[in-house]
Design a protein around this ligand. Sequence first.
Ligand SMILES: Cc1ncc(COP(=O)(O)O)c(C=O)c1O
Length: 466
Amino acid sequence: MKEIEILSGAFEKIKAYITDNQNNSKPVVQFRSPAQLKEVINFTVGEKGVSENEFLELLDKYLEYSVKTGNKQFLNQLYSGFNFPAFIGEVFTVLANTSMYTYEVAPVATTIETEMISLMNSYAGYSDGDGIFVSGGSNANLVAMFSARNRILPESRFEGYDRNQKLVAFVNEQAHYSFETAANVLGIGAKNVIKVKSDKKGKLIPAELELEITNAIKRGEKPFFVAATCATTLLGAYDPIDEMAEICKKYNIWLHADGSFGGSIILSEKHRHLMKGIEQTDSFAWNPHKLMNIPLICSALLVKKRGTLQHNITDINTDYIFHDIDTIEDLGKKSIQCGRKVDAVKLWFAWKYFGLEGYQKRIDNLIDMATYAEKIINEQSKLELLSERQSFAVCFRYVPDKESDLNKFNLELRESLRKSGKSIVNYGYIGKTLAIRLITANGELQKSDIDLFFSNVLSEAKKLDN
Ligand SMILES: Cc1ncc(COP(=O)(O)O)c(C=O)c1O
């Protein structure tokens, strides 16, 4: 059978790919411009289907020119690494291809999601909590804001949002852009997400939050939602949840923790103090697809109060799907999606495989690796640390001898490194200063990988600085 032959060919490619992930001498990317990529891969779908060999060749090409996010020199995004048990879990969920709306079509997956939510809630300290897997951290933030709006203005679920009641939300000025998108989607308006000043380390300043809230009240606005970011995207800073919780209690405002990036730190006994006060929040976005290295997408929104998610859904006029026959609540009844991937399953396979202790060690290792990277920067005279490391992000730049425009030089440096295929790292701006941002997200990183990264940076920089 043609498919079985393709499958065994594909299996060999998968094995080779996984083995290469551990090989630091393999490029992290074979960079091609968009035009060059079209020269090496025929993207057009033809009238007739391709042959077995052509199909296998396409599989090869897909892997060849994709970025190798499992390579330990992929230090670019807030996710990376290859998580073997989660990969197998993903393959099996695709094989079973079921959808998370009802127990009827997803009995095992429904039970697994329920178990995962309960385990995650136990870390969050939500004793009567609930939650749902969503399609990413941005959507977790959206559903959190949606839940907060529905708590303060329940009638808006049916009548639409009354614009005379000007709802305003508050986030760290360095919070993720998804909050503005959420306000946009909900009809609240992106301009009504007020950016609260942060300190030098990137943490929201509680006194500034209170000031912004009181100013909004004076203007006749209705504060309804505050987000504490648990690891900001650029600096990896953790907002002071406990102090923010006091303020939110005082003004009766929903407090959300956006742990899309750094929420997994809660698994570490040593470092979870960075999320002190999490049990006082109303909701918590936690993305296992980032620091737990689960293949994208794997993201959960936890809520402190059971019933919150069901309250969001207005019409379950769906006797064609929810039959209420299996003595268990169908998870679809609390989701804004209908068909939904069983993303909790790959997480469950990985958590089973590593155990609670194994995952704790992986997260501790990420902090150790970031600490090590920071130490190298501090010891290397050509490198400058641009902000004190807070967690998994290390921001630095190279100081060249000849070029006086440091932003220009460091932009070129990161581009030339990326195109060399040796390492990939990202950059952002701290004020007006371009910072190269190294992220330790791959649980299997070792000191030798960090050493190799800096040796690649230095050799590339030397080439440019002559
Ligand atoms: C702090 C923060 N919140 C939210 C998100 C969005 O998460 P996702 O990419 O899963 O939508 C990110 C992504 O980088 C993030 O860093």
